[in-house]
Design a protein around this ligand. Structure first.
Ligand code: KIV
Length: 283
């Protein structure tokens, strides 16, 4: 069943291509739940990614491989409910990428049909341009994720910047060209130097989203929890930590514990009362 999307402005691929052609930037964040999506849309974000980073950020796994497709679909659907007008991208989890091309296409179709995603993103290796073409044949917009590919990393200390010499930049550019020629709607570059991003942006016509890829990119994406200071993982150096949400939560929870143990909570204002004899309901 196609999820209900209320009428209204909806950012689509043409919008991002127009921004790129005008030299304007767009902002993308991760979201894994309804309230985050609603707040992000209200704050003007253009695109949301239901990233498989939730495996480490929300589920506490050491890597992203254990994220079930079924969970991604449920959360993507919740994000779409919270943010009906953003460009919504479902991230293809390891499970959906490891069962062959047919399984990948089926999973991508489910992101669109069950969660109302506009596009899917997957971590692309050399040779995956055939998959991009196949997904395009099923009329699915694809974002090819190049550079650092977290699904290839199994320990928390394995996250390292990529394409830091001329040879690896050339190979990144070649991959980027192949993905764009195969029909990728956009590219995403994670953890590469700005020189590498510049070379990719110059080589392809599609919008390039950077995640720690420097100012040359057309748009930028961050893991929201990292940016909000909400979580236990130390954010990478490219993340601007713009709030300290963990501290806000901790202070409030500490106060709640103190209030309960000292009997300050519940106070009279938190207590239900019995019906009055006249039959009126208590507050
Ligand atoms: O899973 C994710 O959140 C991502 C971003 C880090 C780009 O792939």
């Amino acid at each position: 069943m196609t999820p209900f999307v209320p009428p209204g402005p909806h950012y689509d691929l043409a919008f991002f291509c127009r921004l790129k052609s005008e030299g304007r930037r767009f902002a993308m964040l991760t979201a894994y739940d309804y309230p985050t999506a609603a707040v992000a849309q209200a704050a003007g974000v253009h695109a949301l990614l239901v990233g498989d980073s939730l495996g480490t950020v929300l589920l506490g796994h050491p890597n992203t491989r254990a994220v079930p497709l079924s969970l991604m679909l449920v959360l993507a659907e919740a994000v779409r409910r919270g943010a009906p007008h953003v460009y919504l991208v479902g991230d293809m989890p390891y499970e959906a990428m490891s069962g062959g091309a047919e399984a990948t296409v089926t999973a991508a179709k489910r992101f669109r049909a069950e969660a109302g995603c506009d596009a899917v993103k997957f971590e692309a290796a050399s040779g995956d341009e055939r998959l991009v073409t196949r997904l395009g044949g099923a009329e699915i917009e694809v974002i090819a994720h190049l550079g650092l590919r977290p699904q290839q990393i199994t320990s928390p200390d394995g996250y390292r910047a990529q394409a830091r010499d001329q040879q690896s930049i050339a190979s990144l550019v070649a991959d980027a060209r192949r993905m764009a020629d195969a029909g990728a709607a956009m590219l995403l570059l994670e953890a590469v130097p700005n020189e590498a991003a510049q070379a990719v942006v110059a080589a392809v016509g599609v919008p390039v989203i950077g995640c720690g890829a420097g100012p040359a990119c057309d748009g930028h994406v961050l893991v929201t929890h990292d940016m909000l200071g909400w979580g236990t993982i130390r954010p990478p150096r490219f993340v601007p930590v713009l709030a300290r949400v963990a501290t806000v939560y901790e202070d409030a929870i500490r106060r709640y514990v103190q209030d309960v143990t000292s009997r300050r909570y519940p106070g009279p204002e938190h207590v239900y009362h019995m019906r009055t004899p006249a039959g009126e309901a208590g507050q």
